[in-house]
Ligand binder design. Structure first.
Ligand code: TYM
Length: 332
């Protein structure tokens, strides 16, 4: 049976990119009746320094974001990574399977480490091995993610393949990335060549899930565009990254294909389209931010949900880790 796992870092607030590329699709997957396991990857977050109080707050707020978006902590397993030690334990084994050369090729490491890679944490370098452990400690078969995580999932497949080969077993599944929908790569509102990201220094570059209607309106009003009207076919967006981004966002928010959106909006100027986009975004996002704020009034309840989720997660992960230790030759 398929089993879905995915994770989000509590390394800042949630963005519209996280919502459309990941969270919204997590909810759809849950609604399809598949077994779903969703994780706040706090161990990944500290690969770059996090203020402890902010990390705790961001983890709770992320949990509130999952629930407000429609994740039901009864139907999905919802927890934070550090409460299930099996992730870090399997990651150690995978550190011994993965090769330095594989890690060096990871574009996220190169981006995050920047010019001074000697000064990056060892955790940042080993990040993808922990991510492989997140997925494989549940024998997850499918991982919904945005475009930017594709290379990490390929590395997860390489680790599973090498482990199975080195130990002569058919134990870890070869997990499939699921990168689908109109918004698998939401771009910055200020620069159509850059990903929308919680770490961009410009707040105007992104919609945060906590933004109110005024902030959303202002950010779309200021979003970079070109002077042409919208085309009536997708091919007309090819050389227009900013226009394409706004159309993709509208398509994903309104659950339509890009073709359907352009059939309706083709010929409109941005001065006309942006208010339509804003209205759609406010309609879809403000109920979520309102509910997030409400849930954040009860941090103890959030913590209880995460503890309960961690128990359920551990019940799945623990026997898989035990079996892994046996395969590797650890005395039990
Ligand atoms: P993170 O926390 O950066 O992002 C969480 C999810 O949001 C997606 N995403 C986007 N999608 C579309 N457009 C964007 N601009 C955008 N920005 C982010 C990401 O692709 C991701 O799906 N390494 C992961 C976290 C992780 C994980 C895992 C994911 C740790 N272990 C195991 C899946 C399975 C990360 O940094 O995601």
């Amino acid at each position: 049976a398929p089993r879905v796992f995915s994770g989000i870092q509590p390394s800042g607030g949630l963005t519209l990119g996280n919502y459309l590329g990941a969270l919204k699709r997590f909810v759809e997957t849950q609604e399809n009746g598949v077994e779903t396991i969703y994780c706040m990857v706090d161990l990944h977050a500290i690969t770059v320094w996090q203020d402890p109080e902010r990390l705790r707050h961001a983890t709770r707020e992320l949990c509130a974001g999952f629930i407000a978006s429609g994740i039901d902590p009864e139907r999905s397993v919802l927890f934070n990574q550090s409460q299930v030690a099996e992730h870090a334990q399997l990651a150690w084994i995978f550190n011994c399977v993965a090769r330095m050369g594989w890690m060096k090729r990871m574009t996220q490491f190169k981006d995050k480490a920047g010019k001074n890679a000697e000064n990056a944490s060892l955790g940042l370098f080993g990040y993808p091995a922990l991510m492989a452990a997140d997925i494989l400690v549940y024998h997850a078969t499918h991982v919904p993610v945005g475009e930017d995580q594709k290379q990490h999932i390929e590395l997860t497949r390489d680790i599973a393949t090498k482990f199975n080969h080195d130990y002569g077993v058919d134990f870890f599944p070869i997990t499939e990335p699921v990168i689908e929908g109109a918004a698998t790569r939401v771009m910055s509102l200020r620069d159509g060549s850059k990903k929308m990201s919680k770490s961009d220094p410009s707040d105007a570059s992104r919609i945060n899930m906590t933004d109110d209607a005024d902030a959303i309106a202002q950010k779309f009003r200021k979003a970079k565009t070109d002077p042409e009207p919208l085309p009536s076919e997708a091919a007309g967006l090819a050389e227009r990254p900013e226009a394409r981004n706004l159309v993709n966002i509208y398509a994903a928010l309104s659950d339509q294909s890009v073709d359907a959106v352009l059939a309706e909006m083709g010929g409109k100027q941005f001065s006309e389209f942006k208010p339509i986009l804003t209205e759609m975004a406010v309609e879809k996002l403000t109920p979520i931010s309102t509910e997030m704020a409400r849930l954040m009034q009860e941090p103890d309840e959030i913590d209880a949900i995460l503890r309960r989720g961690a128990e359920r997660a551990r019940a799945i992960a623990s026997p898989i880790l035990e079996r892994t230790y046996e395969i590797v030759g650890m005395v039990r």
